[in-house]
Design a protein around this ligand. Structure first.
Ligand code: G6P
Ligand code: MG
Length: 225
């Protein structure tokens, strides 16, 4: 009998592919600062907060800035990013995401959004899926970003569920590390070569069923027992 009670979802790369918009915005900032920012560089920013992303970007470009300029540039990047986000349509939700969320709720699993993004609410509204989450834990409500487990532990607390009864869906390595640190079942969304430490890796939410999820949960429980 599976002990699973809740599913916690990362946003970018799991529910919607906003990574491409983050990339376009950061690339423009890099261009204005006089260096080239590639898609491979962008991998390093996945799951990382806006401020930390800027630090990594500046490190890549070998650029040093005063704190006041960092503030200004982070705000500019966000304005550029939001221009793309505001054009988003509900069809941009990743394949299987809406159905899987609906399925979870149908079988009585609680759902939460767990993301470093401070733009989560506007994205959920544009995708018309805000009502599918019992809890929304975003970058405005957590102080430590993944791989720190804070965002996931806050979700468990607000849902009233023990961390060991939660499953996390994550596309970033830092997110899988955070799920492990939170003592939760970790489901990687992406490639097994990158998400090596996840309990199970699938290419997307279209490739997992509630039965498959419960089987992964039972397997982990038996391995621990
Ligand atoms: C997610 C994305 C990161 C992004 C972060 C902050 O974790 O994977 O690439 O930097 O959110 O997003 P925000 O919308 O607050 O700038
Ligand atoms: Mg992500």
């Amino acid at each position: 009998m599976s002990m699973l009670e809740a599913c916690l979802f990362d946003l970018d790369g799991v529910i919607v592919d906003t990574a491409k918009y983050h990339f376009l915005a950061w690339r423009q900032i890099a261009q204005e600062l006089g260096f080239v920012f590639t898609e491979a560089d962008n991998e390093r920013l996945k799951g990382v907060s806006r401020q930390r992303s800027l630090e990594i970007l500046l490190e890549i470009g070998g650029v040093a800035l005063e704190p006041v300029d960092k503030e200004r540039i982070a705000a500019k990047k966000n304005a550029l990013y939001l221009q793309y986000v505001h054009k988003m349509r509900p069809e941009e939700i990743l394949p299987g995401a809406r159905d899987f969320l609906i399925e979870c709720r149908k079988v009585g699993l609680k759902t939460a959004l767990a993301t470093a993004s401070r733009n989560a609410q506007v994205i959920l509204d544009l995708l018309q899926i805000a009502a599918l989450f019992d809890v929304v834990m975003d970058g405005n409500k957590v102080s430590r970003t993944k791989p720190d487990p804070e965002v996931f532990l806050n979700c468990a607390r607000d849902l009233g569920v023990a961390p060991s009864r939660c499953a996390v869906f994550e596309d970033a390595e830092a997110g899988i590390e955070a799920a492990i640190a939170a003592d939760m079942l970790s489901i990687g969304i992406g490639q097994p070569e990158i998400l090596k430490r996840a309990d199970l890796v699938v290419p997307g939410l279209a490739h997992i069923s509630i039965a498959g999820l419960r089987a992964a949960s039972d397997k982990k429980k038996n391995a621990v027992a």
